[in-house]
Design a protein around this ligand. Structure first.
Ligand code: ADP
Ligand code: ZN
Length: 285
């Protein structure tokens, strides 16, 4: 059996599956303090003979296997989890192989193998919700260097009619600071789900998201760009983003047809946990 944890800022989703990745049981545990949350995580996995575990965590996290703090959650604004030795604590409890990556890298991997990018070798997955996070796969491998990508914090050209200063605590007006759900709410006084489909805010949103994916395209040349997260439930954003992308790219790079290139996620809320199970499966072989 395989275990999987999608560790999010509001909840941890834990699952166990059989060898074919069929989920046997899954639970959702609120993210409070490590001692409390992990007690419930252990209680869940203690009941199953798991061979390997895949973890996709909120971050930033340390994924550098040469680092002394490999497996830690590092500079997170969720202070109770700052410098938490996640992989270390799991290893103390379960002496089995553990795959460790970001929540969005896991989701990218899930979408690549079982969702919107089946049959491809590369993709970028971007979630636009309370924050913006991006994960990527290139040549079938999760993107990583000294650390993991932080695609949500790109620095972008500001829209001429945008007077919002941005609310990223680190960068002010980076992508997350100007285009995540809270930035939309700060400009309009309304939550995204309550804003009308035709509202001009969505044109501004598309302008920023398109800029971000122009950059991802220029750097990574992924075969698919996949969007998830609450804000992307606004389906009218997709044609707006494709049109902005076309204008901004100015036909410099010949991408796949944009309807196939810039797409919604197919696994929805299951992308992350599916990716974690896939990573667990790979650890066992
Ligand atoms: P989280 O990022 O916390 O995991 P979500 O992906 O649901 O959760 O993101 C929450 C953010 O997305 C909030 O800012 C919320 O206002 C916004 N949001 C949720 N649903 C919608 C929607 N249908 N349309 C626009 N914005 C939405
Ligand atoms: Zn930022």
């Amino acid at each position: 059996m395989y275990g999987a944890i999608e560790a999010g800022g509001t909840k941890f989703v834990c699952a166990v599956s059989d060898k074919t990745l069929k989920i046997i049981e899954r639970v959702s545990i609120p993210t409070t303090k490590p001692e409390e949350t992990m007690e419930e995580v252990f209680a869940f996995f203690d009941r199953y003979p798991i061979e390997t575990i895949g973890i996709g965590s909120f971050g930033p996290i340390d994924v550098n296997t040469n680092s002394t703090t490999y497996g830690y959650i590092t500079s997170t604004p969720k202070l109770a989890w700052k410098d938490y030795n996640f992989v270390g604590e799991m290893k103390k409890r379960y002496q089995i192989p553990i795959a460790w990556t970001t929540d969005v890298n896991a989701a990218a991997y899930g979408e690549l193998k079982k969702g919107a990018a089946i049959g491809k070798e590369s993709c970028v997955y971007l979630t636009v919700g309370t924050g913006i996070g991006g994960g990527g796969v290139v040549n079938g491998q999760l993107l990583s260097g000294f650390g993991h990508p932080e695609m949500g914090h790109l620095l972008l050209k500001i829209h001429p009619e945008d007077h919002f200063a941005g609310n990223c605590p680190y960068h002010g007006n980076c992508l997350e600071g100007i285009a995540a759900g809270p930035a939309i709410e700060a400009r309009t006084g309304k939550k995204g789900q309550l804003i009308e489909e035709k509202d001009p805010i969505w044109n501004m949103e598309a302008y920023y998201l398109a800029q971000a994916i122009v950059n991802y395209t220029l750097i990574l040349s992924p075969e698919k760009i996949i969007f998830g997260g609450g804000v992307m439930k606004q389906k009218q954003l997709f044609p707006l983003i494709r049109a902005e992308f076309k204008a901004q790219m100015a036909e410099y790079v010949q991408t796949p047809p944009l309807e196939d290139y810039i797409v919604p996620c197919e696994l929805g809320d299951d992308a992350g946990i599916t990716g974690c199970l896939l990573l667990a499966q790979e650890k066992s072989s």
